[in-house]
Write a protein that binds this ligand. Sequence first.
Ligand code: CP
Length: 306
Amino acid sequence: MRHLLAIEGMHRPQIASLLDLAESYVLLNRTGKTPRDRLRGRTLINLFFEDSTRTRTSFELAGKRLGADVINMTVSTSSVNKGETLLDTAATLNAMNCDLLVVRHASSGAPALLAQKVDAAVINAGDGTHEHPTQALLDALTIRRHRGSLENLIVAICGDVLHSRVARSNIHLLGAMGARVRLVGPPTLMPAAAERLGAEVFHDMASGLAGADVVMMLRLQLERMARGLVPSAREYFRFYGLDAQKLACARPDALVMHPGPMNRGVEIDSAVADHPTRSVIREQVEMGVAVRMAVLDVLSRVGANA
Ligand code: CP
């Protein structure tokens, strides 16, 4: 694995070994004994063309906990604002001998394009509506820690599937690991030919959640909607927002997940999001650091600058 651009195309042993390595980093993070010499002398640049709290911060923490020099490029104050292209920006960073380049971009395929132009290992931190591979890995690690395995679990991914790179990465990963994926949402927020992704499609929450082991809620991505695809936030919540009543359709011990950021009262009710035993949303954030450490660790061993 030279870059991490997508989950699509990854195989079960490759995913399982990344999760195993991430598991070891969970313990090291909790005890404060991370190997700070692992990435000593390596440079990691966070290049985020879209907003982020969790992904950018956890890549920064992951790099620092492994001893890398970490630079957060603030795109809003960079020469991108003077008209510099994505490729010229990448070539500039390449000339500084960066080892690991973490990229988030509004255009699907932007990290893959950069990977062809730079020597650094490129990690996709979310590209348009395409993929968000480290999010799917951290989701899988969270589920695996609670259920032992992903095999044969029913995972309902609910809401704005159409615009969700998180959903796409999860569909590929969960399928590769033997889980059964359901996509639940209104027809206007479901990709055409969603079934071709290997998932079952439902348009009402009660049947989509029936017997589910995991309920993964998605944010309503209003910023990616050219026109109104839902009548109103209030109506959306009534039919598709996860509250205690809808959650009761799933298994009694079903996990509640959300990649964040959450829109409380739109796709999820606070009582469910903050539920002390059912919600694992905070744990997902913790797993994000461990997963990103594992990814940086693996890529730094095989990159052109290794
Ligand atoms: N889940 C996720 O990608 O969150 P951020 O946008 O805060 O990074």
